[in-house]
Design a protein around this ligand. Structure first.
Ligand SMILES: *Cc1c(COP(=O)(O)O)cnc(C)c1O
Length: 443
């Protein structure tokens, strides 16, 4: 297998001056060409995972989970009680973490499973200055059938490669990352997500950073991959649904040619001003709009869906398309779309048949649907917030109420989709052996 963790030789030239020209040059050199031809909607499943973009004379070591070196902790820490402040703090990680180091001259070193603890980085490390960082967000679920499961983890590992490509971090075979994640979950799962905690989860955060101790604005020559598991309080449904504040035209999350499609840290820091304003005003998340037409893109770090009735009378499930690469290709988004196509196309129990549509749509269309009584429901979908019904959208000085179903807790389409996904994640409702549920064998 040819290694992909290579810095092409022609890219190794030093661009060390911190001048505009240097930065431009470095960015040009580090912009990957791999994604330019592949449409993002295909990239997760079709990105060549084991093929080098350039041939290279020196074989570099590939990331290889079978070389894992294990050092177990000698000071195991207590697991926070359910409902404790530690549990909700999102600061408590499990006993162990995965690490793997990469250099442009040797490739990937043997990965390690080691006690959880601080990283050692020089103050000049690239990631601290130039946002050479990307991550994934997944969950480890403790099923009601006692099994530990991941949900479609291969998609996250493939997306991580899309993200590393966008910011000139090294490639890796996504399957090797998956094996490392599974190993960490298998090691810490039994203690940190015990069988008595059926229905709860740990949050998994695979991360890659450029760790070069050199200030030059250049393609990284050293990187660190790590994976941690964090405790998370069980998520309560938001009473009355999620309240969204539509972004103003002076704050844009992502733009064509940018990097909104990649889970890179650079997308999130700059969104926190708007998010903080939204929270201060009593909203949960920003509804990110794009362009003069106010195209609807995402809600916070969740994809956004509406269910409306067209003027012709058809029920449609609509979400922003991925073609402009300003929307993240969410695993939950994909799963909602697939389940809706598979199980709602002909209707389900008292639910009318739904047509699934991925396209650009604008706030004007949403407002029109609300004003004409055609908006049936809206919801966000992502790993962190799961399927979150939306109760209200504030847009250009006006609050618009979004229908939340008969019980005022969730629209019916969001509810049925959420229940199906829950069944797959936690092994209930006859979904125990669905192909999207990846069972982790515990150690
Ligand atoms: C992570 C994320 C999502 C949701 O993706 P999932 O794979 O479903 O968790 C959506 N939008 C943004 C901007 C995100 O960062």
């Amino acid at each position: 297998m040819p290694p992909i963790a290579v810095t092409p030789l022609e890219d190794q030239e030093n661009v060390s001056e911190l001048t505009a020209h240097g930065i431009e040059h470095a960015l040009e050199k580090s912009a990957p060409s791999q994604l330019k031809s592949a449409s993002l909607s295909n990239s997760i499943t079709q990105l060549p995972a084991t093929k080098s973009q350039h041939d290279t004379p020196t074989p570099l070591a590939e990331l290889d989970a079978s070389l894992l070196q294990t050092t177990y902790t000698t000071s195991p820490r207590p697991v926070p009680a359910i409902g404790s402040p530690e549990m909700a703090s999102q600061r408590v990680c499990t006993d162990h973490m995965i690490q793997a180091k990469w250099t442009s001259s040797t490739g990937w070193e043997a990965p390690t499973l080691q006690p959880y603890g601080p990283l050692s980085l020089m103050p000049t490390a690239s990631c601290l200055h130039y946002a050479t960082e990307c991550f994934e967000g997944m969950k480890l679920y403790r099923g009601h059938d006692s099994k530990l499961r991941l949900f479609r983890p291969s998609l996250n590992c493939a997306r991580m490669l899309v993200s590393t490509n966008r910011i000139a971090l090294p490639g890796f075979p996504p399957d090797e990352l998956l094996k490392l994640i599974v190993k960490l979950c298998a090691t810490d799962g039994a203690k940190w997500l015990p069988k008595e905690r059926a229905g709860s989860f740990l949050y998994i955060r695979p991360t890659m950073i450029a760790s070069d101790p050199a200030l030059g604005v250049q393609r990284p020559s050293e990187a660190l991959l790590f994976v941690i598991l964090t405790c998370f309080a069980p998520m309560d449904d938001l009473k009355g649904g999620m309240k969204l504040l539509a972004s103003k035209d002076d704050m844009i999350r992502a733009w064509p040619g940018g990097f909104g499609y990649a889970k890179v840290g650079a997308n999130y820091g700059p969104s926190l001003v708007a998010q903080g304003e939204a929270r201060a005003l009593g909203y949960h998340q920003i509804l990110w709009l794009f362009g003069e037409e106010c195209f609807v893109t995402e809600a916070g770090a969740s994809n956004f869906f509406v269910v409306w009735r067209t003027r012709e009378g058809k029920v449609q499930l609509v979400t922003a398309c991925l073609t402009e690469q300003i929307v993240l290709d969410g695993v939950t988004r994909r799963s909602v779309l697939a389940l809706a196509k598979e199980r709602l196309a002909a209707g389900h129990e008292d639910l009318e048949a739904v047509e699934v549509v991925e396209r650009k749509f604008s706030m004007a269309e949403v407002v029109e649907a609300i004003d004409e009584g055609r908006l049936i429901e809206a919801f966000g979908a992502g790993t962190a917030w799961f399927v979150a019904p939306v109760g209200l959208i504030h847009f250009r000085g006006k609050d618009y109420t979004v229908p939340m179903g008969d019980d005022g807790e969730s629209g019916k389409y969001a509810k049925v989709l959420k229940d199906w996904l829950k069944g797959i994640m936690w092994g209930t409702n006859g979904q125990e052996s669905h192909e999207w549920g990846y069972v982790v064998d515990e150690e």
